[in-house]
Design a protein around this ligand. Structure first.
Ligand code: ATP
Ligand code: MN
Length: 292
């Protein structure tokens, strides 16, 4: 690992040896070290976005898990509380501005980070669309990668760019950068129509509704990440699942080499970034156009 690329933070970790992923031997300090390596790639998808956080104070084996959007007791000051402009009197939301904020999340056992698809500079105008591909049981991985390419083709036919990442769980996320212009309703309606058109054109492959009963053999094209207040796991975020997988941005050309949705982990990603330092999502925001 090259220290020159690593971020530093003055936020101190209590109990740095606490095990977050016990089977993998990943500690609180190990998680902070991982984020130091990926910070420069991850920051644009994290900074100044309202956050939903999955906290597991005793690690992934514990039943204590809190999915939270609001402050908790003893929260570090590098995690900022912000008012939702549409809910000015409501409970404050959370945001971080920098790497200290991320280390503060690690200190509080945040093992998954799920941002909104917009920044607080333009709350009402999303800057991305996330199409979440959820394979039912019995769906081959090849079918999931083919579905992602199908989503890409449909987005590109609309003049939009498409980027792909593993979810770190079961599937893939196809993400489109947007110049912030259209509002939430418009963006969600667009994502919905995209999912519906896929299900209409290939009903043997795709579903656009979350009817679990029919899911066997199908890929559910989940467009519901795109409403106001909805979230999707951040690029490079770890997942609170066995193996310490991460949601990994990929180059479309390497998709066929990727063995599965959890192929990238806290253990192998920093090394991969050393070997292939070019960022497959480097042009993400440069590729943004407005949704018309
Ligand atoms: P997979 O590949 O397994 O589908 P994923 O990231 O696509 O992974 P999930 O982890 O199943 O999907 O769901 C994540 C999203 O669901 C979050 O971004 C959040 O919006 C929502 N979510 C997850 N857990 C909770 C929870 N406990 N309460 C409310 N919403 C949640
Ligand atoms: Mn999913």
């Amino acid at each position: 690992m090259s220290p020159s690329n690593s971020q530093r933070s003055d936020v101190s970790l209590t109990h740095p040896d606490r095990l977050y992923w016990p089977d993998e031997g990943v500690t609180k300090q190990g998680l902070a070290d991982y984020y130091a390596e990926v910070w420069r790639f991850m920051a644009p998808y994290l900074v100044n976005r309202p956050l939903a956080l999955l906290r597991l104070p005793d690690g992934i084996k514990s039943h204590q898990r809190f999915f939270q959007k609001h402050a908790w007791k003893g929260m570090n000051a590098h995690i900022e509380e912000i008012a939702d402009p549409q809910d000015a009197d409501g409970e404050k939301l959370l945001r971080i501005a920098d790497f200290d904020g991320l280390v503060a999340l690690v200190q509080s056992a945040v093992l998954e980070i799920h941002p909104w698809g917009t920044t607080t500079d333009h709350w009402e105008k999303p800057d991305m669309i996330t199409m979440d591909l959820d394979p039912g049981e019995d769906v081959a991985w090849d079918a999931v990668t083919a579905a992602a390419l199908d989503v890409k083709a449909r987005l590109e036919a609309r003049g939009l760019a498409a980027f792909v990442k593993t979810s770190g769980g079961k599937g893939l996320h196809v993400v489109t950068p947007l110049a912030p212009k259209a509002g939430w309703t418009e963006v969600k309606d667009f994502a919905h129509s995209l999912a519906e058109s896929m299900a209409a054109d290939a009903p043997e492959k795709y579903l656009a509704t979350a009817t679990k009963a029919k899911r066997g053999g199908h890929i559910y094209i989940d467009y519901l990440r795109n409403g106001r207040g909805n979230t999707a796991v951040a690029a490079y975020s770890t997942r609170a699942r066995p193996g310490a997988p991460v949601s990994m941005p990929l180059d479309w050309r390497e998709l066929h080499e990727v063995t599965g949705p959890a192929a990238f982990t806290l253990a192998n990603v920093p090394q991969r970034l050393q070997i292939r330092p070019s960022d497959p999502w480097g042009d993400f925001f440069a590729a943004a156009v407005p949704l018309d």
